[in-house]
Ligand binder design. Sequence first.
Ligand SMILES: [Zn+2]
Ligand SMILES: [Zn+2]
Length: 152
Amino acid sequence: MPPESYFTSAAVCRRGHVATSDLNRRAHGEWLQHCTVCGAEVLSWCPHCGTRIKGRHIAPAVGATYAPPEFCDFCGGPFPWVGREGRIYELENRLLATEGLDPAIAGMLRDWLNALAAMGPDDYGSAKEVELWQRIRESAPTLWENLGASEH
Ligand SMILES: [Zn+2]
Ligand SMILES: [Zn+2]
């Protein structure tokens, strides 16, 4: 009988360092409070809906590598360690879901997000990229709520 296929529950720090990809295998009472890599708070549930963080896929012949998800598989909320691409996806999702936004502003935001999405790694951290993130943040501060990581 092959073992059942399932997903574990993971615990991940706010910056995305994996504390454990299988919470159930930790000794009872051994709760992870802070990341041993960076000292940040460790989450073992989605900050938006409280669902466990999807962990490793346990199945016959599946590799042991694990990268934490960028979005909750239950509510779709972004985790604080969401990366650059995920952040753009999430802002686009929110833009589509936001009603009553000035169409002129919505159009500009879409253009800026497209410009960010079209950038290559050479542009990351450039003055142009920083300016685009800043413009988006200033034009639509509510879109940024609970988005986790932010560019400073
Ligand atoms: Zn960390
Ligand atoms: Zn969630």
